[in-house]
Ligand binder design. Structure first.
Ligand code: SF4
Length: 214
């Protein structure tokens, strides 16, 4: 699939299920040859938050689902602590096919896959994105020199959405000292979620008040 075909599809397809169907056939880069399949992402089709990780590992590739290995189990504990379930949020990765041997994806592979994620984010239209780890943060913020240890915990804005960079759950497995900073970052995300739901609740009440007055 060349860039033109991808652009045309991105214009024509306007549902998440349609985009998923399209992406599942993707062979834009060589990663697809070594993977069992494309791991598209999963969760609510109208999430307030989308979590974006790096790419599928062995378990994710085997099951075709994101964040289901050891790091995924820790991720589940993180979102539970935040008060969310998997059904309420959405989980995706920068790369949709497993790199061989779980190596980090290369720059060209990321650039091949990025338009697929960008369209996915456009369709999901979340208010908040949490970038899990350096690869996700660098890619989404288009900043190859970003240092996750320095930038985590600081809100950024992309395409009208708030983005919180934090450590990847796999980094927490390697270094449990990172658990506290991640919890602090998640608390910031929780606070913004509450603010959004208060604002949306307020605007809903206002609509009800004005419609009930006539
Ligand atoms: S990694 Fe992304 S761009 Fe490469 S084949 Fe898989 S879905 Fe397509």
């Amino acid at each position: 699939m060349d860039d033109l075909a991808l652009k045309q599809a991105a214009v024509q397809i306007n549902t998440l299920s349609g985009w998923q169907e399209f992406c599942m056939q993707c062979r834009r880069c060589s990663l697809r040859r070594g993977a069992r399949g494309v791991v598209f992402g999963e969760g609510s089709a109208q999430p307030v938050i989308v979590f974006v990780g790096e790419g599928p590992g062995a378990e994710e590739d085997r099951l075709g689902r994101p964040f289901v290995g050891a790091a995924g189990r820790l991720f589940d504990r993180i979102i539970k602590a935040g008060g969310w379930t998997r059904a309420e949020i959405y989980i995706a990765n920068v790369i949709k096919c497993r790199p061989p041997g779980n190596r980090s994806p290369g720059r060209e592979e990321i650039q091949s896959c990025l338009p697929l994620l960008q369209k996915q984010l456009e369709l999901l239209n979340p208010r908040i994105i949490v970038a899990l780890g350096a690869v996700a943060a660098k890619t989404l913020l288009d900043d190859p020199s970003l240092a996750i240890t320095r930038e985590r915990g600081r809100w950024r804005e992309i395409d009208g959405r708030m983005l919180m960079p934090t450590f990847h759950p796999a980094a927490l497995l390697r270094d449990p000292r990172k658990k506290r900073p991640v919890w602090e970052d998640i608390q910031q995300v929780m606070a913004l979620c509450e603010k959004i739901s208060r604002e949306e609740g307020t605007s809903l009440d206002e609509e009800e008040d004005s419609s009930g007055g006539g």
